[in-house]
Write a protein that binds this ligand. Structure first.
Ligand SMILES: [Zn+2]
Ligand SMILES: [Zn+2]
Length: 245
């Protein structure tokens, strides 16, 4: 991923991910899925939604939670797969359950007790992170970003990484994927102010942060009867941005 996104060595980066994916490395499968969904490194016509769904399904089968969530949204939206709202919903519930299980494991771990001992209760931030897992009535900390995702974000936010003109990072703070061409990522259809590499990133960022930011605009639009609740989990949809080649 680092070679693909940071060094922009797309061919060898993708082939390294493919090698790992062949050996059933779930994060590599999911990374390749995101590349297929966006046509990253190529043009809009290089998007291959069906291939993205197939890679997600394989990663989800191997227990990758983000891939499972992505798959759920694909089925709900009919994105790269025949629409099946009930099946999509089931995948999303499974993803939430797995996420909850991993949080519970963390809460019972020595690492958490140590952290808790040094004061802060799970979520006292005033930035509205209480949204995560609210489906379960839980107040839990945001999941730790994977080291590679942290590296990507740090890289592009520092002097080292250079984000090409007009290119943006995925708005989900725990992701760090950059666009490889202008308007590659889809935007929040409610406010249009944020953009995401995937539905999974959108759904997570919605719960963690964006729900609080997006709301006023949504309400404003509601008043004039434009926006409705157009997504599951109360998450707004995503719109494609027209690309000028
Ligand atoms: Zn929004
Ligand atoms: Zn992302």
């Amino acid at each position: 991923m680092i070679r693909f996104y940071c060094l922009q060595n797309r061919g060898s980066g993708a082939s390294l991910m493919a090698k790992a994916a062949i050996r059933s490395h779930a994060p590599a499968l999911y990374s390749l899925a995101v590349i297929q969904f966006n046509g990253s490194g190529g043009s809009k016509s290089d998007k291959n939604l069906q291939a993205g769904v197939a890679l997600c399904a394989r990663a989800a089968f191997l227990g990758h939670v983000d891939a499972l969530r992505e798959l759920g949204h694909c089925f709900q939206d009919g994105y790269g797969a025949r629409q099946n709202i009930a099946q999509g919903r089931r995948f999303l519930v499974q993803a939430n359950a797995r996420e909850l299980a991993s949080v519970l494991r963390y809460l019972s771990s020595p690492a958490w007790r140590q952290h808790n001992h040094n004061h802060n209760p799970p979520c006292v931030s005033d930035s509205g992170c209480e949204g995560l897992l609210s489906d379960f009535g839980c107040n839990v900390p945001a999941p730790e970003a994977h080291p590679v995702n942290r590296f990507l974000r740090d890289w592009f936010e520092s002097e080292r990484g250079e984000l090409g003109k007009g290119l943006r990072l995925c708005s989900h703070g725990g992701c760090g994927r950059p666009e490889t061409r202008a308007h590659e990522f889809r935007r929040c259809s409610v406010c249009g102010m944020v953009n995401y590499c995937s539905r999974g990133c959108q759904a997570l960022d919605w719960k963690l942060r964006h729900k609080a930011e997006c709301m006023p605009i949504e309400r404003l639009l509601d008043e004039v009867g434009v926006a409705g609740n157009n997504g599951a989990d109360g998450v707004g949809g995503m719109v494609e941005v027209e690309e000028i080649e």
